[in-house]
Write a protein that binds this ligand. Sequence first.
Ligand code: SF4
Length: 369
Amino acid sequence: MKYQQEFRDAGLAHSIVQEIRRTVTRSWVLMEICGGQTHAIMRYGLDQLLPEEIELVHGPGCPVCVTSLELVDKALEIASQPGVIFTSYGDMLRVPGSGRDLFSVRAAGGDIRVVYSPLDAIQIARENPDKQIVFFAIGFETTAPANAMSVLQAKSLGLSNYSVLVSHVRVPPAMQAILSSPYNRVQGFLAAGHVCAVMGYWEYPPLSEQFKAPIVVTGFEPVDILQGILVTVRQLEQGKFEVDNAYPRIVSYEGNLPAQAVINRVFTTCDRKWRGIGLIPASGWCLRSEFSHFDAESRFAVSQIQPEESPICIAGQILQGMKKPGQCPAFGSLCTPESPLGATMVSSEGACAAYYRYSSQAAGLMTQE
Ligand code: SF4
């Protein structure tokens, strides 16, 4: 497959690893932002190929993992109400709230449907005018354009039975929060290529400058990730802290301007709670006031929920690069993909799920294909 297989080329990957080995002279801690990158690193055993001086820690770029427990509990309450069809991406159904998940609500009779696009939810709303259709609008900058489009479409169709439970989060404020923490260990970032495909990378230079940390836009195939690591390590070794693009076949500096326009038409920046991390100022998108009648939180009056997180789960520390999944006492025993205590064990992009799935395998570059 063009633009995929060539970026899984073992010979090319190993030559980049050799170049990394020639470049590195001291220890560096790098964070890959996206959970998709974490899974690729574990799947192909890239961390095992790197010189010991380079430590990869795993960032908060898994939308299912960082959707706040409070929002999950609100989803559970809304989905339990009669006359509601609650629609969501499939990953969210197994995310534990305070004592239950959407699967258990469905088992108890709730009408919960998995959709692949918010536009599927719009279609359900058109077919069920006597029901309230709610879409769980989670995600980073990548899903925001389609979710915003659904609101615009609902408005143009005059749908009064469609609303969105919004949990959108933004990458740059999360990076700022990580770099600002007194416990921060991250010295350079592999930025998420798909987020930058939408947003470009014009938001990153002030961050890189303020915290003196290189930020390198990085893709998702093994060669992409190793190239991103090489570019980041070169900067660190040379004392540079610039924004660089190691994913130019997909990402431009300005990003997808029509997609950004749709986001800005429907959403406005707001503070947002991140699961396990807490409130990060200006890290979310909320509906603009002119679209507030599509806001499920106000339509269903569920704003007073007090959530209870598992006291064992350390996912918040993992998502900030402070700890790794193997350091959690519940990993692989009390907490497994079949019986998850935290969202990072549920999601297909969660770091705990990646460690659980791939750590026991003899993971090696290109042995998985
Ligand atoms: S292994 Fe489970 S309990 Fe531990 S941090 Fe990961 S999700 Fe939380």
